[in-house]
Write a protein that binds this ligand. Structure first.
Ligand code: N01
Length: 546
């Protein structure tokens, strides 16, 4: 029996869990899609691995995000692991865009199918990780008193896992129920006959609002920034859909391409600006088709204002066509940033919800929120009596989960301090000064742009291939060169600056969190998968291994 198995058996016997003091080859923090796959691959390498997860189950973001309407914005056939042909054949998604319970079941199925649960310690939050140069090991501590050492530490802590709870005056006083979309209760929440308010109109708000409106007696939506949203046109999946996707997935698996929406293709900068009517017709086609395809309408949609402006006008025209009240339609129409440079929202009946007589939009730009009271919300001009308040206010994205732990490198420097002016990584995978610490989909990699499951797979496979190579060569320590990291981050910034991405106050650049440095975090340049594969082939160029 391994030490973990002994501890788990003891837990079962005593109904409580003793803390673990143990040595492993690798520790994986987080059991979302990145962490679960990392645990699987590391075990396949023959390493003694332990996973540590704050939630009571696998699933990561899909474990926590149980709000009404939560579903993925990438078609489920592609929002799946590609690494196991058997898994691909066994699992049958029911809808084009799977809802949260089905995605969670998928994550649970993978954990069971590959027998991974016994390697994961649930309800265990990592509080610190410290590199010891003398022993060449990480010491990881948890809120359960565990002290685990490992040669390698893989942070699969997710990019959207630390909820942003806004500092609204008076929020503590509110006597009704308060929910955050990113930490939704596991018991059913009923809004029936209740007066509910939603604050926030990003992807989570846009998904939750139509369903909350169906249940509530009155719904008030407090909007600070309107969002571009396109219809999902969700539908049941047919066998033909499944059969058509398989060759596409198999081809993706073999290629080194990253063809998903949100990326800037290599021909973006030379592409012509099509005539307005040509653009309009294409947007109409993609609107009818549903989903995020609009971002692939033209290669330069995320680089050319002339192209993007027409797409913005097209969506505004649609909003005016759906929302009957002119002032509401106008308030719902984004005007001051390009389409697609904040994650585009993909909805079911979002705009039409504002035609319901019991639903009201409050534009916080016109009517700022003054305070939350014991019984509701007061704006500069009105009071709203409420029974429940839903915060759809997003996340401290990309760096929040890493900053929440006390991670210290060899010289005692904390990652938080090292990133005081913004995150810095080499390839979004490693940080200089923090040897043998890998980040899955870290800042500086494409990560949240596009399909996150594929981004997780790509990183896990790169990391495990790297460890395999090191073992073959008898090496045990890897760290990026500071210069390689610097020039990579300069390239990440340059890639973003050549696009329209920096033109929005998005969470991509930390703009949603007060005091967070403004650094554009995801990599939006071309050929990322190809590039990191080449770096590996060139003997891990930019890394020092010994
Ligand atoms: O969070 P957000 P989200 N007062 O940050 C507002 C992924 N995701 O949870 O824009 C008033 O986008 C804030 O206003 P503003 C997806 O990648 C995917 O919705 O800062 N309002 C904004 O409207 C997504 O992008 C899926 O002015 C305040 C909203 O709250 C990411 O998660 C589903 C406020 C936050 O929007 C995050 O989405 C859900 C305040 N003090 C999420 N503070 C799918 O797969 C914040 N806001 C479909």
């Amino acid at each position: 029996m391994t030490k973990l198995e002994q501890a788990t058996a003891a837990d079962r016997r005593h109904g409580a869990r003793p803390s673990v003091v143990a040595e492993y080859d690798a520790v994986v923090v987080g059991a979302g899609f990145g962490g679960v796959y990392a645990i699987h691959r590391l075990r396949q390498l023959g390493l003694n691995v332990i996973g540590l997860e704050a939630g009571a189950d696998v699933g990561g973001t899909w474990y926590w995000n149980r709000y009404p309407g939560a579903r993925c914005d990438v078609p489920s056939l592609f929002y799946s692991y590609t690494w196991s042909p058997e898994l691909r054949q066994e699992w049958r998604w029911t809808e084009k865009y799977a809802a949260q319970p089905e995605i969670l079941r998928y994550a649970q199925h993978v954990a069971d199918r590959f027998d991974l649960r016994s390697l994961i310690r649930f309800e265990t939050r990592v509080t610190s990780a410290e590199w010891d140069e003398a022993s060449q090991r990480w010491t990881v501590r948890t809120d359960r008193g565990d002290r685990i050492t490992a040669a390698y530490c893989v942070m699969a802590t997710g990019n959207l896992s630390v909820p942003n709870k806004p500092d609204l005056p008076g929020l503590d006083r509110f006597r009704g129920a308060i929910y955050h979309t990113g930490q939704w209760p596991h018991d059913e929440v009923s809004f029936s006959k209740l007066r509910v308010a939603v604050i926030g109109t990003g992807s989570s708000g846009v998904q939750a609002i139509p369903l909350i409106a169906k249940a509530a007696s009155r719904l008030t939506v407090f909007q600070r920034t309107p969002n571009y949203s396109v219809p999902a046109r969700n539908a049941p999946l047919s066998d033909a859909d499944v059969a058509a996707a398989e060759p596409v997935i198999a081809k993706y698996r073999e290629s080194l391409e990253t063809p998903e929406f949100g990326r800037v293709p290599s021909n973006a900068f030379e592409a012509p600006v099509p005539e307005k009517q040509v653009q309009w017709a294409r947007y109409q086609q993609l609107w009818d088709q549903g989903g995020g395809g609009i971002l692939t309408a033209f290669p330069n949609i995320l680089t050319s204002e002339a192209v993007n402006d027409v797409a913005c006008e097209f969506v505004r025209d649609k909003i005016r066509g759906i929302v009957k009240d002119k002032a509401t339609a106008d308030a719902l129409s984004p005007k001051d940033y390009p389409l697609g440079v904040k994650r585009i929202c993909i909805d079911t009946d979002y705009f039409a919800t504002y035609n319901l007589p019991h639903v009201e939009l409050v534009d916080l730009r016109e009517e700022p929120l003054k305070t939350v009271t014991e019984t509701g919300v007061e704006t500069a001009t009105r009071s709203f009596a409420l029974d429940a308040l839903v915060l759809a206010t997003g996340y401290d994205a990309m760096t929040g989960a890493l900053a929440a732990m006390d991670i210290r490198g060899g010289d005692g420097t904390s990652l938080k301090d090292a990133w005081a002016d913004g995150p810095s990584t080499y390839l979004g995978l490693m940080v200089s000064g923090f040897p043998n610490l890998f980040v899955v989909t870290g800042p500086g990699s494409p990560s949240v742009i596009g399909n996150v499951i594929h981004a997780c797979e790509n990183h896990v496979e790169w990391i495990t291939a790297c460890l395999d190579t090191m073992r073959t060569k008898g090496l045990t320590r890897i760290e990026p060169e500071r210069d390689a990291e610097r020039s990579w981050m300069a390239h990440v910034a340059d890639a973003a600056s050549r696009t329209l991405y920096p033109k929005a106050n998005s969470w991509y650049q930390g703009a949603n969190i007060a005091g967070k440095p403004r650094v554009f975090m995801p990599y939006v340049g071309q050929g990322y998968r190809h590039r990191i594969a080449q770096i590996a082939q060139r003997d891990y160029e930019g890394f020092v291994m010994r």
